[in-house]
Write a protein that binds this ligand. Structure first.
Ligand code: FAD
Length: 510
């Protein structure tokens, strides 16, 4: 089997399989059974100095793995903790509303990808070799199914072990990690970067720096702004996360017959007639997903990071802000389906912050996140409203249940969110309901704010050398630099930066 996908159009779900059929007795083994194992070389000392990588997210880790193939020695500086220690801070954030500014859903080993949904599909197919990334993940413990699934997914419960295995590979081949090391400045001499300085004033020198700090490393954007190093504002998106009962999405996507079978199975279970009927039917099809996009006026409104059978999580990195996101376990077995529904944000929307130059979008993002913290009575609970009420512009008297880990607080989001977002979301939800009948349901909830979909800032680089336009030997990389969005495209960008750098350093050494 080469590829597996589900076509759920018209309420008649079908599996589509792409197979290679052999009549020869020497049938090659399926990639599922023998995924190729990537080869790494021990790091050669091409120079006395390592290549510094700021950030152990997907971009930084895949850059490090690739540098090893060039025989170069990566030194990874990560502000957060290792992936196991990070779990305790994440639990504290969800349960006690205590935000650790260096260890949370975005910061720490594995970056924002570590406790994510682990969806691996990307639209940036042309930018790099996705199969090579999937093979690396399989070599480090991911289920080989990701090599053939059209919508490959790993799951939060599986990702930390894979990230820890990647660390073992990097260290075994000469790379090094320094956790609890927050980079606050660059060492620059004659417009060339020679290393970085951490929060405690320690210098870390390197032959080059890959800056892969993600889109929540706001202090680094402030640093560039202060020092007058080039930064650009870029379009991004903000909105809300919408959560439905998963069975409702299943019914809309897979059709009434599927829903009726499930109801019948539930009835059998209640009457002890066939206790395993419900799981048996559910095992035929995975929890249904959706992908929606409409134009309202000149503006796109689209679903983002849809998590079937998932839960919603508090994804802020700052104590005075509320940010929501979604993830799921490998089994995708929660009774909820959530998705970000976001509106494109343009320069015109940020005009109140024009004096902040390239940081105008960042300021808008911060203001909206702080407004949600205020709406949640200064807690990490998320302000929420029933979807039907949001669309009709009326407060919700009572909220339904949600999966949101830190709890929700009723708030009139149609009044609290920026007007340009509310108006477009209301129009978009009505249009979504035409595409997916029943989408605007009283059982669906809206929680806010989904603001960290992508970076509002770009750190510009030369398209040929991938070095910063002003600062030689600095490689802005991944989502935080504005060149990727999501796990796979960030990993691809990490590899591209390592390739660019590998070529340059080889030339210098030769
Ligand atoms: C809950 C959640 C679910 C998600 N689900 C998916 C999904 O299913 N599929 C998908 O494709 N994407 C998903 N994403 C997005 C995805 O995780 C990111 O797009 C991706 O991780 C970006 O990779 P990156 O390496 O560029 O940056 P990041 O993953 O953000 O990594 C940056 C790293 O840099 C570190 N860092 C920051 N500042 C400093 C500093 N000053 N000094 C040292 N270190 C620093 C951070 O601690 C972090 O480890 C999800 C995100 C979240 C939060």
């Amino acid at each position: 089997m080469l590829r597996r996908s589900i076509d759920a159009r018209h309420g008649h779900p079908q599996y589509r399989l792409e197979m290679a059929i052999y009549t020869d007795p020497d049938t090659p083994e399926s990639p599922l059974h023998s995924p190729p194992v990537p080869k790494h070389r021990p790091a050669r000392k091409t120079s006395d100095q390592p290549v510094i990588i700021v950030g152990a997210g997907p971009a930084g880790l895949f850059a490090a793995l690739r540098l090893l193939e060039y025989g170069l020695r990566p030194l990874i500086l990560e502000r957060g903790k290792d992936v196991s220690a990070r779990k305790y801070d994440i639990a504290k954030l969800s349960r006690e509303h205590i935000v650790h500014p260096d260890s949370n859903w975005c910061f720490g080993e594995g970056g924002a990808g570590a406790f994510s949904d682990g969806k691996l599909y990307t639209r940036s197919n042309k930018r790099g070799n996705i199969t090579a990334i999937l093979q690396q993940l399989v070599a480090h413990g991911a289920n080989p199914d990701i090599l053939i699934d059209a919508h490959a997914h790993i799951g939060t419960d599986k990702l930390p072990a894979i990230i820890a295995n990647i660390r073992k590979t990097i260290e075994a081949h000469g790379g090094e990690y320094r956790f609890n090391t927050c980079v606050t400045d660059l060492i620059v001499k004659k417009n060339t970067v020679h290393g970085v300085i951490d929060r405690h004033g320690a210098a870390h020198e390197g032959s080059a720096v890959i800056l892969a700090a993600g889109h929540s490393a706001r202090e680094l954007y402030e640093l560039f702004d202060r020092r007058g190093w080039l930064l650009e504002a870029k379009p991004f998106a903000m909105g809300v996360r919408v959560e439905h009962p998963q069975d409702l999405i299943n019914e809309i996507q897979y059709g009434r017959r599927y829903a009726e079978s499930l109801r019948l199975a539930a009835c059998c279970r209640r009457n002890h007639a066939a206790a395993d009927a419900d799981p048996a039917i559910r095992s035929l099809l995975p929890p249904a997903t959706y992908n929606l996009a409409v134009q309202t006026g000149e503006r796109g409104v689209f679903s983002f990071c849809m998590c079937p059978g998932g839960i919603m999580v508090p994804a802020t990195t700052e104590r005075d802000s509320v940010v929501v996101n979604g993830m799921s376990n490998s089994q995708r077995n929660s009774p909820y389906a959530n998705a970000g529904i976001v509106v494109q944000v343009t320069e015109a929307d940020c005009c109140a912050f024009a004096a902040h130059g390239a940081l105008a979008g960042l300021r808008l993002q911060q203001q909206a996140e702080r407004a949600m913290y205020a709406a949640a009575h200064h807690s990490q609970a998320a302000p929420a409203q029933r979807l039907l009420d949001f669309v009709n512009g009326k407060p919700s008297a009572r909220l339904g249940t949600t999966s949101y880990l830190a709890g929700v607080v009723a708030a009139p989001l149609h009044e609290r969110l920026p007007t340009f977002i509310v108006v477009r979301l209301q129009q978009a939800f009505r249009l979504f309901d035409k595409k997916m009948r029943g989408y605007v349901s009283d059982s669906a909830m809206v929680v806010a704010i989904e603001s960290r979909t992508s970076s509002p800032v770009r750190i510009p680089r030369n398209p040929a050398t991938l070095q910063h336009l002003q600062l030689a030997r600095l490689y802005p990389c991944g989502e935080g630099a504005g060149y990727a969005g999501g796990i796979t495209s960030s990993a691809i960008d990490g590899i591209r930066c390592a390739d660019a750098l590998g070529g340059v350093l080889k030339k210098i050494v030769n």
